[in-house]
Design a protein around this ligand. Structure first.
Ligand code: FES
Length: 108
């Protein structure tokens, strides 16, 4: 991974060109696994890369709208607030994302 750079208190984690549309990308920072997604509308989302059910790698999940479906048991998780959708329960951490000059930064 490219060397981590900080800008205005944020950490650069990827370049927009590394992020295919609707395909998750795993980034590890200081031991934390983060799943990055570029949605159909171009918005970039970042969430913890571990499903709260049994640690499924969410970066490998199917993206639909503002949600990702866990690749292990198909729980539906919001990429906006990290909430697992009913009837299941749970939550993953979300990170604020800023894109500057096609570089992706998160508040970490
Ligand atoms: S590990 Fe994600 S639904 Fe089971």
């Amino acid at each position: 991974m490219e060397k981590i750079k900080e800008k205005n208190g944020q950490i650069k984690i990827a370049h927009l060109s590394e992020l295919p549309l609707l395909i998750g990308k795993e980034v590890v920072i200081a031991g934390f696994e983060i799943a990055l997604f570029k949605l159909a509308n171009g918005t970039v989302k970042a969430i913890e890369n571990k499903c709260p059910h049994k640690q499924g790698p969410l970066s490998q999940g199917i993206v639909s709208g503002d949600y990702v479906f866990c690749p292990l048991h198909d729980r539906k998780i919001s990429l906006e607030d990290g909430l697992v959708q009913k009837p299941d329960v749970g939550c993953v951490k979300t990170y604020d994302v800023t894109v500057i000059d096609d570089n992706i930064y998160i508040d970490f």
